[in-house]
Design a protein around this ligand. Sequence first.
Ligand code: SF4
Ligand code: SF4
Length: 270
Amino acid sequence: MDRRQFLKIAGLSTLLGIGAAATVNVFRRDDLEAYQLEPGPDGLKAKRWGFVVDMSKFKNEEDYARVRHACHSIHNVPDYGNPKDEIKWIWKDDFEHSFPEQESAFMAKEMKEKPFMVFCNHCANPPCVRVCPTKATFKRKDGVVMMDMHRCIGCRMCMAACPYGSRSFNFRDPRGKDENGRPFIKELNPEYPTRTKGVVEKCTLCDERLARGLRPACVEESRGGIVFGDLEDPNSEVRQLIAKYYTIRRKPELGTQPGIYYIIVGSENA
Ligand code: SF4
Ligand code: SF4
């Protein structure tokens, strides 16, 4: 994109009342120094990262909350205190919303009502990437769908394109406080960047942890509920689970090729 095209889009975003704040000061300089985008020499590597979520391991509210807290606290995800402004990297949703077209009138009530752990699918064919006018969101060679906050102009095209609701927009300043003086970021992690008003954010597959040779935080905290590995490696744990159990993916009919597979029933603890 040349400068003229960029300014046209930025101007349109401003006219629409969105994104003006997003063009500047998205990360503080000290944040940037701590933040690594590409794996270092000790980083974990794969041809295509993916997940298997074994729903039998999510037995109670605490199992969901622990995983969500791990992700949101290390990534400085703000909590604005109301669902309208909610920022979510990983969350729970019911079967009907998570897997429309795959429910049936006769399916077990427990399954229909069970919450599912959902997050960005790091799709092989991601529509969010195709529509982003500034290339702020892009797919890495290893399948991670990334966000470059410096480039995000807050136009929200990616949000409209994502069929999974995996992206959130900061309508407010995440570094700010509520009317009672409580910060929106409850426990600030100084090692991870904070964002600004007017920026879209989402799960980045813990790219900063992969770069340091660590597994994603949700995987660490899930006690076997979320397994992670190389989908292109037939010997990886994810591939073995997919071969052993019947799995489903979210909205496969759209051709996005989601990288998260769900074991609904059939594992040892189901
Ligand atoms: S789940 Fe949505 S945000 Fe994530 S890669 Fe797929 S289309 Fe993009
Ligand atoms: S991979 Fe990392 S960023 Fe994505 S949901 Fe899991 S903990 Fe959050």
